[in-house]
Ligand binder design. Structure first.
Ligand code: PLP
Length: 451
């Protein structure tokens, strides 16, 4: 690596995270203790999180320094590139300029390592050397396994059973980095045993796996819990993406009209969008922020705004967010990373206040966009990220219709090299769309906790 490259990297990469809680006109209502239904205090959370992350969860300080040890590991892949998708513009014959930020260059293959590293680090600093977590399709499990490995920590991953069998290579990745990977529901926890007693064939879900990991961490003094999305501190860490992208665009004197990211639990969207929301809130900059989600799991576009649990067993605090209900079983779409019933309280509040927008997309349109993008740019995108691609394509075509030279940037949150079986299904014509039936949504929402 040349010296100039290193100097350039260090200059471009942010050294502070941006905390949007400093600037939001309305903060989300506080999380509630699941038993007492009173606002949770730091002592409620200290059984499973280190103090530093608890502080980051609630602070209203605008800028938070990134510790040097974390920056050093970020430099393994940061700054990640911003590229102009000229070939895609040409294929669409649009006057719009389309840029993308590429987080697939991280060793984990997705943006999730941006928070896995600081989460492992702050636990290690407080003497916790074992973390328990859950993973759906496996991206978060891989990221946390790598991060724990960097700091010499142990990692136990409850992996949703259906993915455990369908995504064997992500499991191998976690095992390479020394993690113990367990199919969830498992016999290791009360939550898991209860589900198995009711249904020995349960394929598992993210909500069940979260219950297992939280229970594991709560029961053991040497173990904390780590969550890959949804919580404020997770979104905080991910703001390196948007801060960095803004700097990179500014070098070319570019500022976007539209910023797009896919949204499951909201950390990818928050990470990309919040630094631009900052401009909108504090400088009145006119920029549209769009969260792209699956129509099979339409939390932001059709969910209910209110309190709900983060997991199936009701062990987590009640969060103030858009939700489809914890009993909601998203169909087996190929974007495993977007199959969560709830969403980040910060993202939810901003949507409710009309500061950001959300749109939903069917998976066949998403895979069409993914293949077009791959053919133009040579990168096979993750199915999750492809929701942002489809959204960008629609905006670029709308710009063409209106004859406007809009500038669009989207975050390509990860590559799809371990999702090739999904592409196989798509090419074989086997993918179907699952727009959520209104009746099913009503039934799930009828079971929301009464607060
Ligand atoms: C997990 C994941 C997402 C969704 O992230 P959230 O932050 O939960 O919205 C998007 N893209 C990729 C590649 C992922 O792995």
């Amino acid at each position: 690596m040349s010296a100039t490259k290193i100097l350039l990297s260090e200059k471009e990469m942010p050294t502070r995270w941006y905390n949007i809680q400093a600037d939001m006109p309305n903060l989300p209502k506080p999380p509630l203790n699941p038993v007492t239904k009173q606002p949770v205090g730091p002592e409620d959370l200290s059984a499973i999180f280190p103090m530093e992350l608890i502080k980051q969860e609630v602070t209203r300080e605008r800028w938070i320094d990134i510790p040097e040890e974390v920056q050093e590991i970020y430099h393994l892949w940061r700054p990640s590139p911003v590229m102009r998708a000229k070939q895609l513009e040409k294929a669409l014959d649009t006057p719009a300029k389309i840029y993308f930020k590429y987080e697939g260059v991280s060793p984990a293959g997705s943006h999730k390592l941006n928070t896995a590293v600081p989460q492992a680090y702050f636990n290690m600093k407080e003497g916790i050397m074992r973390l328990a977590t859950e993973t759906g399709a496996g991206q978060w499990g891989v990221a946390l396994s790598q991060a724990c490995n960097f700091f010499g920590m142990k990692c136990l991953v409850y992996m949703v059973k259906v993915s455990y069998h369908q995504k064997p290579y992500r499991r191998s990745m976690m095992q390479i980095f020394g993690s113990n990977v367990v199919a969830s529901p498992s016999e290791l926890t009360e939550a898991g045993r209860k589900i198995l007693a009711d249904n020995p064939e349960s394929p598992g879900s993210l909500g069940i796996a979260i219950s297992e990991a939280v229970e594991d961490a709560a029961k053991r003094d040497d173990t904390n819990y780590a969550l890959g999305s949804v919580l404020n501190h997770v979104l905080l860490h991910q703001t390196v993406i948007g801060l960095e992208a803004k700097e990179q665009l500014a070098k070319d004197d570019v500022y976007p009209d539209i910023v797009i990211a896919c949204c499951g639990g909201g950390s990818n969207f928050g990470g990309m969008a919040f630094p631009f929301v900052y401009d909108k809130l504090t400088k009145g900059t006119n920029v549209r922020l769009i969260a792209a989600e699956p129509s099979a799991c339409p939390t932001l576009t059709r969910g209910h705004f209110g309190y709900d649990y983060g997991d199936v067993a009701g062990l987590t605090p009640l969060l103030w967010m858009y939700t489809l209900g914890t009993d909601f079983m998203p169909p087996g779409i190929h974007s495993g990373g977007l199959r969560y019933h709830g969403d980040s309280p910060l993202v939810s509040q901003l949507l409710h206040d009309g500061i950001i927008e959300a749109k939903s997309f069917n998976q066949t349109s998403v895979f069409n966009a993914a293949v077009l993008f791959a053919k133009c740019m040579g990168i096979v995108p993750a199915p999750e990220s492809s929701h942002a691609i489809q959204c960008a394509i629609e905006e670029a075509l709308a710009a063409k219709e209106a004859g406007e030279a809009k500038t669009i940037i989207f975050n390509l949150s990860g590559h799809g090299f371990l999702d090739l079986p999904s592409y196989d299904s798509f090419m074989a014509g086997k993918l179907i769309d699952y727009p959520l039936p209104e009746e099913e949504l009503k039934q799930s929402l009828a079971r929301l906790p009464q607060i």
